[in-house]
Design a protein around this ligand. Sequence first.
Ligand code: HEC
Length: 109
Amino acid sequence: MKKTSLFLGLSSLLLLSAPSYAASVNDLLNSNGCFACHSVDTKMVGPSFKMVADKYRGQKDADMMLAKKIIAGGNGHWDDVTGGVMMPPHPGMSMEQAQSIAKWVLSTK
Ligand code: HEC
């Protein structure tokens, strides 16, 4: 009991002192509007994150490659799924943030 409240106390201190590190992948996806076009397991405007994971699973440096695409946007890789819609760029996102999203996307099954 005591240990739990100590842990919770420390966690909230950390959250307050380092908000940028505390932002979870889910927060990033929500605040950047990714779910307007993607879902984990259903194709929407863009491919589902599971489809993306299936396509690149096991590929070397796939997280870096996808992180760059999340920031720069792109098209032409999913035309059979999307009918040729573009993935918009997210220039405000850091490479670190984009890579943590990319790693998570690649881990969806
Ligand atoms: C306006 C709709 C839209 C939004 C918003 C959007 N995407 Fe996409 N996304 C797409 C489309 C369309 C594609 C397919 C592009 C293609 O054919 O290469 C795509 C592709 C992708 C891919 C696969 C890239 C590839 O080359 O295989 C990833 C990963 C991805 N999106 C992640 C994200 C993330 C993370 C966000 C939020 C930061 C986001 N998307 C926001 C429409 C969107």
